[in-house]
Design a protein around this ligand. Structure first.
Ligand code: HEM
Ligand code: HEM
Length: 178
């Protein structure tokens, strides 16, 4: 058995799988929305990119909810040993990633529905449950776009920290999530 706090301890297989599924869904959400401008407005290609963005974003919400539930019932390995500041920043970064990955899809969904538009996800159509509110829709859209910048920064820092652990500190941190 591993010592408490050993970097060799792994997350449960469910949490490991969910970690990479979320990553994949985020990559698809970002790529599709960035690629939509390759297509002219009103073309099927642009619509496909937009719909795929919604589906991938909605998947992030579902997967993160599952992950929170799984985290509540499954045990997680002790924190990676290291300086206090490293442990605190890792905890804060993970917490911020959870908040962001839940807030982004919720802001996106709210902005589309408040614009009076339905959302078609896997053929399941969400219709606006409330009256159209263009101003509020615009605010949510702005927060969604600001949030996107934080996604780039936080995921970038998180991945850089993981690579630094793996290749500079050589503590095999990837084993915990692979
Ligand atoms: C974690 C999930 C999500 C991520 C990382 C994400 C990311 C992004 C990014 C990077 C942009 C482009 C921002 C910009 O132009 O500056 C964007 C735009 C947008 N997203 Fe999301 N998004 C997510 C989920 C969703 C969901 C679930 C919906 C709605 C169902 C949604 C609706 C939109 C809309 C309407 C726009 C504006 C597109 C435009 O102006 O052409 N997003 N999103
Ligand atoms: C959308 C992208 C990502 C999100 C939202 C994300 C989120 C998280 C979260 C919240 C944790 C803490 C574990 C937990 O509480 O369940 C974690 C751990 C981890 N992630 Fe990510 N991650 C992402 C991408 C990546 C990438 C690209 C890498 C590698 C290059 C990576 C490597 C790791 C490693 C090694 C751990 C274990 C760290 C530890 O146990 O302290 N992640 N990730």
């Amino acid at each position: 058995m591993n010592a408490v706090g050993s970097v060799d301890q792994r997350y449960n297989a469910v949490l490991r799988s969910l970690h990479w599924l979320v990553f994949l869904a985020v990559v698809v959400a970002v790529l599709t929305i960035e690629l939509q401008d390759v297509y002219a407005k009103g073309t099927p290609g642009r619509l496909l990119m937009r719909t795929t963005h919604y589906v991938a974003g909605f998947s992030v919400l579902m997967l993160m909810t599952l992950r929170l539930l799984a985290r509540a019932v499954l045990s997680t390995p002790a924190a990676v040993p290291g300086a206090n500041w490293m442990q605190v920043s890792a905890r804060l970064a993970h917490l911020a990633l959870y908040v962001l990955m839940l807030a982004m899809p919720l802001l996106g969904i709210a902005s589309v529905l408040l614009a009076g538009k339905p959302i078609d996800i896997y053929g399941f159509v969400l219709t606006p449950p409330v009256q159209m509110d263009r101003a509020l829709s615009k605010s949510f859209k702005n927060f969604h776009e600001i949030g996107a910048t934080f996604v780039y920064i936080l995921v970038g820092l998180h991945a850089a920290a993981a690579l630094w652990h793996q290749f500079v500190l050589k503590d095999h941190i990837f084993r915990r999530v692979l």
